[in-house]
Design a protein around this ligand. Structure first.
Ligand SMILES: *[C@@H]1O[C@H](CO)[C@@H](O)[C@H](O)[C@H]1NC(C)=O
Length: 138
């Protein structure tokens, strides 16, 4: 039975490693005289050893104590990550990054122990829209 369990195991990897990797890809050159602080708050929960199960609600929490005074974008969002890959699965969005916590519902994903979360706060911008093509399954 346990081999067919619906348990979802989420483990947060080394936060600075994954966040800095993603933030660097979206870095925005600051204009002269413009103060742009990138706020990359460390996630406190979930942490190594945390076990989540599909459908449960949990408060993701992060440390806001080092938040800079000027944050250009306080809107946060949280992506699910598996291994080294950030999935397109959004667990929460549109919350104030200075809240320090947001409740999420554990999605139904294949059980595994290499999930982590990516918390985006004030992290620059994104690329222009682009197209991904491929065969449709239906
Ligand atoms: C998350 O935190 C809020 C505020 O403390 C609380 O009301 C809520 O019950 C918490 N949710 C869970 C799933 O613990």
């Amino acid at each position: 039975m346990s081999s067919y369990s619906t348990r979802v195991v989420l483990a947060v990897l080394a936060l600075f490693a994954c966040l800095s990797q993603l933030v660097m890809g979206a870095a925005v050159p600051a204009q002269a005289g413009e103060k742009r602080d990138v706020f990359v708050p460390p996630v406190l929960y979930p942490h190594a050893g945390t076990v989540w199960t599909k459908g449960q609600k949990h408060n993701v929490t992060w440390d806001t104590s080092n938040a800079p005074e000027q944050i250009t974008n306080r809107q946060g969002f949280i992506l699910l990550r598996k291994g080294d890959i950030a999935t397109p699965l959004v667990l929460a969005s549109g919350f104030d990054i200075l809240l320090g916590r947001i409740e999420v519902t554990v999605p139904w994903v294949l059980p595994d122990d290499d999930y982590s979360l990516v918390l985006f706060g004030d992290s620059g911008n994104f690329s222009p829209q682009f197209t991904i093509n491929g065969p449709s399954p239906f």
